[in-house]
Design a protein around this ligand. Sequence first.
Ligand code: C5P
Length: 405
Amino acid sequence: MLEKVKIGVFVMGGIAAYKVPELVRQLIKKGAQVQVAMTQSAQEFVTPLTLQVLTKRPVLTHTFDEREPSQVQHVAMADWCDLALVVPATANGLAKMAHGLADDVVTTTLLAVTAPILVVPAMNVHMYENPATQRNLAQLRADGLTIMEPDTGFLAEGYEGKGRLPELHRIVAQVERLYARTHLPQSLAGKQVIVSAGGTRERIDPVRYISNDSSGKMGYAMAQAADWLGATVTLVSTTHSLLPPEGVQVQEVASAQELAQAMTSHYDQMDYVVMAAAVSDYRVKYPHDQKIKKVAGQTDWQLDLVANPDILAQLGQTKRQQVLIGFAAETQNLLEHARAKLSKKGADWLIANDVSNPAIGFNSDKNQVYVLGAQGQEVLLPQQSKTSLALAAWQVILAEGEETL
Ligand code: C5P
């Protein structure tokens, strides 16, 4: 999402500034171009040279340090930005921004920025909770800036409180989200989307379960892409090992029955329903309350299973306004099996992938899929990251929807 995106990073003088070089590296690794401006106080914590070396660009440190006669540097930087990131935003810096003051190179440049601005405050808890700071944040929100909530945790002062800089990967994810939401067509704006993801876990006893190889990555990518396209998204997830997409409401479940309950309870309000979860076809008939003990000498052991509800098929039967999207993971005769599943389950769309190829599918970060529509549509989306594949799948689904309106 950030490939070739021009990001202006505005650093203010808080202790969290020591994390900015690493943040800048993470943005650059995502393909972004970064230009930094720093206040005098920020330079007490991290040197402009560090950031110049990382970004391969001169760092703006003084408003009147004009080295290029053909331009005014702060206006040139403001115009260059596709997105501006203020990190860390100090109480003093927020106050200046809220009042439109421009008395250093950071606030002066920010005043000239017309691109979307993400503000990441980090400061002492009492400074953060001070009514003046809260008033300034409310003003900036009202002015259309996006503010990230600080984390609660161990502060530089040696005690716990709200004011920590959020984890860097979360800041990067917020940058991606803001860029997506301001640059992609918001074709899912105002829509409610629910996505299920991951392999269900069917309990045998308190320490054992039956599950499958689904990583949940494709479902997470579908949820994130829907959010990027403007939807309000609920993600019903069985996995703890993936980072929840920023802005998406996550509901944790384990078994197929819990998943069915979650999906049906939200179903009426939904516009799009994506069943990307790998649901166990069977569950244990008599799960044990206590850990099952090994019996000496016993070589065989039977486990009774009973069929789970087919959630997608049930949703298909009660479908009204919802567009229903299923997934099919197949190891042979992909298209034939997928098309049969599409009609059997009463889905509108089926996203089919061949899991016999280890380069794509389960656990891989890449995938290649067919998007099949109930009206006979068949689109091959070639191998690419699950993130871009999810966006492409939504585009196929939404474009077809427009044509049939
Ligand atoms: O039948 P199969 O499991 O291959 O179908 C895959 C699709 O059906 C997926 O969208 C999956 O989430 C859904 N499914 C379901 N309930 C089941 C089994 C699969 O909703 N019991």
